[in-house]
Design a protein around this ligand. Structure first.
Ligand code: NAI
Length: 685
């Protein structure tokens, strides 16, 4: 074998083996396609000389995880990715991308600029630009459809999906799979005298216009009609145009414009904030073992948590109060797995594995061998405290105990426990196997390695962790409560619930606050208000409307009526509710005043922002960006607005101050003003 090393170009090393150049991209930790990588590749390709072929491969964990997003807020330096791809296409020899780990965004576009692609079966390939407010900008919308057809390309690009190597091969995106050594497989592939095969010169397969239109309509709806989604669809459709150079230039121009639009800045903010939220400054402890989970309470949340753990490959033992309740929960869990299997979401093997990993018990002593135990029993101190005492007594010292309480004071709950340092809050959102957010609650006594275990659990389950200290409602529910209170006061002062909901939806929330209340049920908050009645400040403004709705049996969708009527599935404004609102206003001596959609939106947002500033000042949340991550992942806040604090930081500070004054007047007695200006400055700084 004839091997020699050619000069290295920054982040790219070249080795020539039997006339084939092996270009290794080495830019730890994830081989982001930064300027140094692009420059290294173009120099290596242009200086390659007389070769039989070239292999592009990544050092370390991945091929190329994507472009370097930090470069996207400013002008890009030469060479840009299309220049590197042109060098691959212009090379007089075939170039093979050898893909392991991830090939995302610009990483996959680079691979598509090669003549062939070989991947490991578990490699992940995708074009996530749409989820970052942009479109693929280096030919992704043109080359992908030439290999997979436009329907699969629209789905993959607009859904920002990552497909495993094995599926990529079935789609035609990958030419061969490498089961053993990836580099050897790529060299062997090239050894079979492959001709040059420029993807951009292939013809787009014809799939029929009706099927394509249906896929595009679906993608646009799923993408909430965002302008970048519409652009991505238009560009993929245009891939049938034989003048590929013109469409590529169009794609590049759209990308260059979109990456500097407010949506893209906001989504990049969330991208970096989400990565940061999973870390705790100064925490160096290693997580404890996490190979099996016990879940106590097999109700709504316990079942959801069990489903999430099983899907992540963790064996689960579910504990219920008695054999009958246990059987009910286990049956419901097995039925849910069967339903996923029937919908094609679980393979036969995965169904069998998850069923085998699920067991049940009625005695907590039976979960002593689990590494982590999560309780999701009734939200009552009289149930939770004795259970925690029992767990602390029965479980070996190494076992971590998580509580899924929504509002209760974890510090008080564990005050008398000898093993309180192993307890933390693990606040899941419903449905727990679907919702991304997991609030990891660090109680006063929680040990560092226990906190680290909570974060490791989030990672294992594919959840977005946010670390909170103990506070009523932690971060998310407390901010949401302030938002809902503002919404209810807006109604008391003159707005119709449907007007408030429409304004929230127009801002981009998945649903307005009253539609959300109807969906989750009005009775939980009602019970809480009754509990708090004795300690409520009598001078604070009180909105009695939801109490009156509940008293009249209007508990939300489940009773066919709440803030809205539900003659069919969709909510319809209710005359009966309008009467109740009129009565409540009359009783409070309020003359209703009209309020604009803009004021409603600004007041809902400033209520969130003020509460966020208070939470940060109290140290409940670690950093402003964690607030944005919480709202975007658990409360339907429009991601393209970056979260409430990011949104506010882009606004005129004088307008924000005026909004805050108006909030103070609207809330009235008992209002606490948070350090909003400082919080927004901290987010920017
Ligand atoms: P649920 O009422 O649906 O389920 C509670 C289950 O716990 C019941 O099946 C009950 O039989 C079982 N249980 C009660 N005491 C037990 C004991 N000593 N040993 C074993 N099992 C016992 O309640 P849900 O909605 O699942 O809530 C559970 C916890 O999760 C509560 O703390 C709640 O605040 C919290 N949570 C609820 C959310 C929701 O959206 N429902 C969201 C986030 C947290």
């Amino acid at each position: 074998m004839n091997t020699h090393s050619a000069p290295s170009h920054g982040a790219v090393h070249t080795e020539i083996r039997d006339g084939i150049a092996i270009l290794t991209i080495d830019n730890p930790p994830v081989n982001a396609g930064s300027h140094a990588v692009r420059l290294g590749l173009i120099k290596a390709l242009q200086g390659a000389g007389d070769l039989r072929g070239a292999v592009l491969i990544g050092a370390g964990r991945s091929f190329v995880a994507g472009s370097d997003l930090r470069e996207f807020g400013a002008p890009l330096a030469w060479p840009e990715l299309p220049d590197v791809i042109a060098a691959c296409e212009d090379a007089p020899f075939p170039v093979v991308a050898a893909i392991h780990g991830v090939a995302l965004g610009g990483g996959l576009e680079l691979a598509l600029g090669c003549d062939y692609r070989i991947a490991t079966p578990d490699a992940k390939l995708g074009l996530p630009e749409v989820s970052l407010g942009m479109v693929p900008g280096a030919g992704g919308t043109q080359r992908l459809p030439r290999l997979t057809g436009r329907i699969a390309a629209v789905e993959m690009i607009c859904g920002a999906t990552r497909v495993p190597g094995i599926r990529a091969e079935a789609l035609g995106l990958v030419d061969a799979l490498a089961d053993g050594d990836l580099l050897e497989a790529a060299l062997e592939f090239l050894a079979q005298d492959r001709p040059k095969r420029v993807v951009a010169q292939l013809t787009v397969p014809d799939e029929g216009s009706a099927a394509l239109k249906a896929a595009c309509d679906k993608a646009l709806k799923k993408g909430r009609g965002r302008p970048n989604v519409a652009e991505a669809i238009r560009l993929v459709q245009a891939a049938a145009d034989p003048d590929v150079a013109t469409v590529l230039a169009d794609e590049r121009a759209v990308f260059q414009r979109l990456r500097l639009e407010p949506d893209a800045f906001a989504l990049r903010h969330l991208f970096f904030s989400e990565r940061r939220a999973g870390s705790v400054d100064g925490l160096s402890a290693k997580p404890r073992a996490l190979a099996s989970v016990g879940v106590i309470g097999g109700g709504t949340m316990g079942q959801g948590i069990a489903r999430a753990c099983l899907a992540a490959g963790l064996p689960v033992t579910l504990v219920e109060r008695d054999a009958e309740a246990l059987e009910r929960s286990l049956t419901a869990l097995r039925d849910a797995l069967d339903a996923r299997h029937a919908r094609g979401r679980l393979t036969d093997a995965a169904l069998a594995a998850q069923k085998a990993a699920l067991s049940g018990a009625t005695d907590v002593a039976d979960i002593a061998a689990c590494d982590l135990v999560i309780e999701a029993v009734f939200e009552e101190l009289s149930v939770k405290v004795p259970l925690l005492e029992q767990l602390d007594r029965v479980l070996p010292e190494n076992v971590v105990i998580g509580t899924n309480t929504s509002y209760l004071d974890i510090n008080a709950m564990v005050a008398d426990l000898p093993g309180k340092s192993r307890v933390l809050g693990l606040h899941f959102f419903s449905p727990a196997d679907v919702m991304k957010l997991l609030e990891v609650v660090r109680a006063e006594a929680t040990a560092d390695d226990v906190l680290a275990t909570g974060l490791a659990l989030a990672k294992k389950l594919g959840k977005q962790p946010v670390v909170a200290r103990v506070a009523e409602g932690f971060i998310g529910n407390r901010i949401y409560a302030a938002y809902r209170r503002r919404a209810e006061l807006l109604v008391l002062d003159g707005a119709a619930p449907e007007t408030v909901d429409a304004a929230a939806a127009e801002f981009g929330f998945a649903m307005g606050p009253f539609a959300v209340s109807d969906l989750s049920g009005l009775d939980i908050a009602w019970a809480m208000r009754k509990r708090q009645a004795a300690t409520r400040d009598p001078n604070a403004r009180y909105v009695s409307i939801p109490d009156r709705l509940c008293e009249g049996g209007r508990l939300g969708r489940k009773t066919g009526a709440g803030w809205y009527d539900y003659p069919e599935k969709a909510p319809v404004p209710s005359g009966a509710v309008a009467d109740i609102i009129r009565e409540a206003r009359a009783e409070a001596g309020i003359t209703p005043e009209p309020v604009t959609a803009d004021t409603i939106q600004r007041q809902l947002l400033i209520a969130m922002i003020n509460e966020a500033a208070l939470l940060l000042a109290e140290g409940v949340a670690q950093r402003p960006s964690d607030i944005d991550v919480t709202l975007a992942n658990g409360y339907g806040f429009p991601r393209w607005k970056g979260g409430p604090l990011w949104w506010a930081a882009q606004e005129n500070p004088e307008q924000i101050a005026a909004d805050l004054d108006q909030l103070e007047r609207g809330i009235g007695h008992g209002f606490t003003r948070g350090p909003v200006a400082q919080t927004l400055a901290a987010l920017k700084g």
